[in-house]
Every structure is written in structure tokens, then in C-alpha cells.
Design a protein around this ligand. Sequence first.
Ligand SMILES: Cc1ncc(C[n+]2csc(CCOP(=O)(O)OP(=O)(O)O)c2C)c(N)n1
Ligand SMILES: [Mg+2]
Length: 353
Amino acid sequence: MKAKTRNTRAKKATKAANSKGATREKTMTLSKTGHLELYRQMVLIRRLEERAAALYQEGKIGGFLHLYIGQEAVSTGIVSVRKPEDRLITAYRDHGVALNVGIPAKQVMAELLGKETGISKGRGGSMHMADVTKNYWGGHAIVGAHIPIAAGMALGDQYQGNKGVTICMFGDGAINIGFFHEGLNLSKAWKLPVLWICENNQYGMGTSVDRATGMKEIHKRADGYEIPHSRLEDGMDVMKVREAAGKALEYVRGGNGPYFLEIVTYRYQGHSMGDPQRYRTKDEVTQWEKTDPIGIYNHYLTADKVATKEDLAKIEKEVDQEIQEAVEFAESSPEPKVDTLYDYVYSPEHGDG
Ligand SMILES: Cc1ncc(C[n+]2csc(CCOP(=O)(O)OP(=O)(O)O)c2C)c(N)n1
Ligand SMILES: [Mg+2]
């Protein structure tokens, strides 16, 4: 991806919103520092992934690489209302969440390059980033398979009387998988403290939600389990995500059992690298680019006089520097040694030694 395309998407959205004089209802209050931090995280995700895409083209990243570009407001808004005791688990489009929870960019980048210094010591790659010290339980490649794991973690917390709740994020493609129904059913039957979040980015690989799912509004699936639910139409606005996730978390924290939140969003890049994207039109992508989460947030922050253009430009510059350092760190880091192949692998044959 060329540097030119990367900046224009966000800038176009800002410009369009500026010229329309777009306004919005102020939702939750947040300090200037808080707003700038959310902006920084979204820019960090985007810039890291843009560099990752380029490194992939150079053959420095192997395997799968699923980019989160376009969806930054979702994970950023959710993580901003999460408490440290809340467990978080997601699917394979996980770089955004990894950065939001505070895994340093250099460890994320090193993991993408399969280096020993990566957050999963180079064994996980793009789809398997986790850091249990941050209560972040990964990064899961099998569609929907982490849903019962989330139910299990919530059961563990309930059993032990812990106060945290479990936040489980998954894509629209996970809702027709058996795991989904098993997990949701048990969460209701056992009144588990879990927040189910479906990131509806309109596609599961090359299949649109309309073609794969009979029900138009995914959140209504939760009715089948008598789990309360809602849908956020504008998942491109980080403050709206923050508000919706905040309310849903309050419900779950109140000991009321599970809640289901659908967040509508869009991914600008293909499913993984090398996706010819024949399943959608350029026009459709352009329409969604008008609400680019970074561009729109940039507009609101300056229009509402929360931040100046200079404040935001300074953040972007700092992020560019951070990404540059992350790339240098990752490229100069060692590969895992071959004789450590069985380390961190549970196998009765090899024991745990
Ligand atoms: C059980 C299972 N079946 C099929 C696949 C292949 N697969 C990988 S991603 C994907 C689509 C998932 O779409 P969605 O849940 O909407 O996530 P998104 O890619 O949109 O973030 C599929 C079918 C898989 N990884 N696991
Ligand atoms: Mg999807």
C-alpha cells in the first residue's frame, strides 16, 4: 500500500465532514487526554497495519495477514471502557485489540515477522497474539471456537467470585457455527458474566451477510436465548462504540447475565492479503470511506474544539516514529531457534520440560 493512499482515506473523510459542518450529539464526556489517547490508538493500528501490508509484499511476513483497517473504532471504543479485571478474547483479526490493550507496537510487529521477540515469541504470528498479563486471551484462528472458551472463562470467574466480566468479540461469519449457539445457550442458562460482541463488517471472507444469514439484524439471534441485545449502526464512530459498549458492560457487571451487542462496521482491505475482492464494488468501498473512523474523529475533535489540528498532527508524527522503530526492532530480532520447537507446546509425550 502506497503512503499516498494511506493518508488520503482519513483526510478525505475529514475534509468532507469539515465542509458539511457535520455535527453530532455529544455522547459521553471524556477529557482531552482521553480523546487524544483514543485518536493515538486508532492511528497506531492503521499505521502499523499499513507497514505490515508493505512488509508482506516484500515477503518478510508469511502466512495469513488479516487487516483491521476501517474497523479501528470498534476495538478502540470497547477497550476504552474495559476494566483491567475484564477478560478480553477475539478472533484472528486481532492486531487492533493487541495494540489497544497496550502490547507495544514492536512486539506486535516482531510477532508478525515470526521473531523470538514477538508477543507470542514468534510462534503465533498474525492470528495468535495474546498477553494474559493484560487479561487478553487472544487471537483465535478457528471461526467461533473461542466463543465456548469465553463462556468457560466467565464460568470460572463466576465460580471463584471474581468481579471481572468476559468480553468476547467475533465476526458476522461466526454466527452460523455450532460453537456460537453452544456458547450463547450456556451463557444464558448459567447467567454468565459475558458480553458477546459481534463485529458485523458485512462479509465473512467473500460472502456477504445477506447471502449467508437469513436474519438481517444479527443481534436478534440473541432472542433465541432470551439474551438482551442491541445493534449499533454506526460502528465507525469511536465515541458511539464507547457509549454502546459502556452501557452493555454496565448491564453485565450488574450481575444480570450475558448481553449481546452487534456493531456494524466495514473493512477496507480484502479478507486477507491477495484477495481480488470481486464480491464488492469500488463504489461500496468509497461510500464507507466517507465515514473513515480516523477521518471522522479528526473532524469532530477539531470542530468541537477538543483538540487542535497541531495536536493531532503531533500524534501522527509520534506514531510514525514508533512504527519505524517497531519495524527496525522486528527486522533486527532473531528467529526462534529450531531446538525450541517444542517449547510452550502441551504434549503428554514431551511433558512440560
Ligand atoms: C471453523 C472454520 N471454518 C472456516 C474457516 C475459514 N475462514 C477463515 S476466516 C472466515 C470468515 C470469517 O468471517 P467473519 O467471522 O465475519 O470475520 P472477518 O473476517 O469478517 O473479521 C472463514 C470462513 C475457519 N477459519 N474456521
Ligand atoms: Mg465479517
